[in-house]
Design a protein around this ligand. Structure first.
Ligand code: ADP
Length: 488
């Protein structure tokens, strides 16, 4: 199958969260399974991509769309990278989505509308690449939401079966790409699709809704999240659309990139270890304590957090539980960035518990790895979590996670109380009582060295590799192709 994986971010080039990791790992796994996969993303300023340039194609200006260039680069992982170069849209300071001060780029609708437009064209006879046309366009999150709509539009004028099938993946339904409906002209959304059955969302235009309405298949990043988002409580206003398309919706748990997240080979760790040399994990704990200015105590139960600091992640529950976390010499190391109020509250926690609480505000890949390895227990009490990666990393690193019972956390962590093959601690309610209760159980288990080791080893033995998920995506692509009448 010829598969175009279209995304606004991909590690290590540009990453703001889990989608960056998925984009780096899923396409090469699909390629290893024998498919012809290419990855499309914008050429942001400052990106350094090593590899041979395979092609450079001019995309002339057309209607409302600007002229651009498509650079095809071989990064050596089996997935040619298609970089959409259009400096007026993508060369600027900030992240893919926001300016350095945190405001949305003013023209995000056009920036990602254009990316979606090019993604769709790569699935039609008008593909800008002379030799290559996708059978399936895999659109990720709201920035690619309009790609399925543009493909549906192409089907109106091109012969049946000659336009790629479309799959849209929801990595986080909370981000929907909502803009004033007036941008529909600039985006070229046909009149008949500007209403409720199309992109209209409470009088505005939602790019993600466009994807959900027009995609041949929809996936969400875990089976539990796929169910949750069909309810008003977790549907963020799109649950009705998702219920209407439930037959097209599948939940597929993300994997983790075991070439990057493996404690036995991790180059970012001062000391590597495996399940059979778990005692060396203590060296990483000491290194983490030294690096963060925590007291060098081997026996302290050290809790770790690596997270976007937003209300989604339940950091307030961690802060509320500080006295219980600090009991018996407990320690806490936090890495993250996000809402200023949480930055302030964490700074206050450091001042209150010097040498026991350490906080680093910022994005730091090496410290993220060191926390996964050096902490004893990883905290992830998210209010909602489409999939979540850190709880899988922490299990692989022998750092049992304490998680809320939501989304992908349910699908990837087995409660140690509920099962003798438990790998972590699952909260029984999504509040401070639930956190406190799970914390007491984690502390009790930590106090029993053999039991703790059993939980660690069971987590490390779990297979979170991408192969299983990639096979499920292939199945979804096949179904989508069949529905779209594309022969694969
Ligand atoms: P989300 O996508 O909601 O942010 P995930 O758990 O799915 O959450 O993925 C987060 C990814 O980003 C993980 O790879 C995590 O290690 C990484 N990450 C988050 N915050 C930071 C940070 N401050 N520094 C380094 N890595 C981070």
């Amino acid at each position: 199958m010829k598969i175009l994986f279209a995304t606004p971010e991909c590690a290590p080039h540009v990453k703001t969260g889990g989608l960056g990791d998925v984009s780096a790992a899923l396409p090469p796994t699909l390629a290893r399974l024998g498919h012809d996969v290419r990855l499309l993303m914008p050429a942001y300023s400052g990106m350094k991509v090593a590899g041979d340039v395979l092609a450079s194609v001019d995309i002339p200006a057309e209607g409302q769309w600007p002229a651009a260039q498509l650079l095809e680069i071989d990064p050596g992982n089996g997935v040619p990278l298609l970089l959409l170069a259009c400096p007026s849209l993508y060369s600027r300071a900030g992240s893919p989505y926001v300016t350095p001060t945190g405001a949305d780029h003013h023209d995000n609708a056009i920036r990602f509308g254009f990316l979606s437009h090019v993604a769709a064209r790569l699935g039609t006879a008008r593909s800008p690449l002379p030799q290559w046309r996708a059978d399936v366009v895999h659109a990720n999150d709201w920035p690619l939401g309009l790609a399925p709509l543009y493909l549906a539009q192409a089907r109106l004028s091109e012969p049946a079966g000659s336009v790629a099938a479309s799959v849209v993946t929801i990595h986080n339904l909370a981000f929907q790409g909502v803009f004033p409906i007036g941008v529909a002209d600039a985006l070229g959304v046909p009149w008949q699709w500007r209403g409720m059955d199309g992109v209209e969302f409470w009088g505005q235009l939602s790019m993600l809704k466009g994807g959900l309405q027009f995609a041949d298949a929809i996936t969400a990043v875990s089976p539990t999240y796929a169910r949750e988002i069909q309810t008003p409580a977790a549907g963020v206003g799109l649950d009705g659309v998702l219920r209407a398309r439930a037959g097209r919706l599948t939940g597929i748990l993300n994997g983790i990139d075991t070439a990057v997240w493996n404690p036995a080979t991790d180059r970012l760790l001062p000391h590597t270890y495996s399940a059979s040399s778990l005692e060396k994990k203590a060296l990483d704990k000491a290194a983490l304590q030294a690096r963060c200015g925590l007291k060098r105590r081997a026996d302290a139960m050290l809790f770790g957090v690596v997270s976007r600091l937003t209300s989604q992640k339940g950091i307030d529950l961690v802060l509320e539980a500080l006295p219980a976390l600090m009991a018996d010499g407990g320690q806490l190391a936090v890495l993250g960035q996000g809402e200023p109020a949480l930055h302030d509250a964490l700074a206050a926690a450091v001042a209150r518990y010097p040498g026991s609480v350490a906080v680093k505000i910022g994005f730091d890949e090496a410290l993220a790895h060191l926390i996964e390895a050096g902490a004893d227990c990883f905290l992830m009490p998210s209010r909602f979590e489409p999939c979540g990666l850190n709880q899988m990393y922490s299990q692989a690193y022998g750092t049992p996670p304490l998680v809320n019972a939501t989304g992908g956390l349910v699908d990837s962590v087995t409660d140690s109380g509920a099962s003798s093959t438990g790998t972590g601690f699952v909260m029984r309610s999504a509040d401070s009582e639930g956190f406190g209760e799970a914390l007491r159980r984690a502390r009790a288990a930590f106090a029993e060295r053999r039991r703790w080791r059993g939980i660690q080893v069971q987590g490390m033995a779990r297979d979170f590799g991408w192969e299983r998920s990639a096979a499920q995506y292939i199945e979804v692509y096949r179904q989508a192709a069949q529905l779209a009448g594309v022969a694969v």
